[in-house]
Design a protein around this ligand. Structure first.
Ligand code: DQA
Length: 147
């Protein structure tokens, strides 16, 4: 059985209310519960975590060492700024997929750079809430292929 961890960074707790024209109307709770149902059906163990604080995200990644087969991460704005998150992910040696609801490349130039992307298994960006499903499918296929 695979153990997956979904991490959401700052402001993603406001999904549903936050800039709906960019991020859609689905709440994080609803996205997580959809994904949980899918995982349960497929015999995948899925843990979820959201925090607005960089240190808490680093702590959660460290806690996943030896416990988790892969991480799906929407690091929000920290994607573009956080050396600490990059170091935590690389230090954990856990394969990860970077995901975004919006297409970050069609937005402000400061969102075009990611400190996580070059070492990710893959990056999903621009499919709204479906980005979470695509990231899940992608990382699971990667894990199955590895075994
Ligand atoms: C985001 C894109 C980031 O640039 C932004 O800071 C977010 C959300 C997305 O899911 O589209 O908070 O990660």
């Amino acid at each position: 059985m695979f153990n997956l961890l979904l991490i959401n960074g700052p402001n993603l707790n406001l999904l549903g209310k936050r800039e709906p024209s960019i991020y859609g109307v689905q709440t994080l709770e609803s996205i997580e519960s959809e994904l949980n149902k899918k995982a349960e059906k497929e015999g995948v163990n899925l843990a979820t975590f959201q925090s607005n604080s960089e240190g808490a995200l680093v702590d959660r990644i460290q806690k996943a060492i030896g416990q988790v087969d892969a991480i799906m991460i929407n690091a929000g704005a920290y994607t573009h700024t956080s050396v600490a998150l990059r170091d935590a992910l690389l230090g954990s040696e856990i394969p990860y997929v970077e995901l975004h609801l919006s297409n970050t490349f069609s937005r402000e130039s400061f969102r075009h750079n990611s400190l996580l992307a070059d070492r990710a298994v893959g990056v999903i960006s621009g499919f709204g809430p479906m980005s979470y499903q695509l990231a899940y499918n992608g990382i699971l296929a990667f894990l199955k292929h590895q075994k």
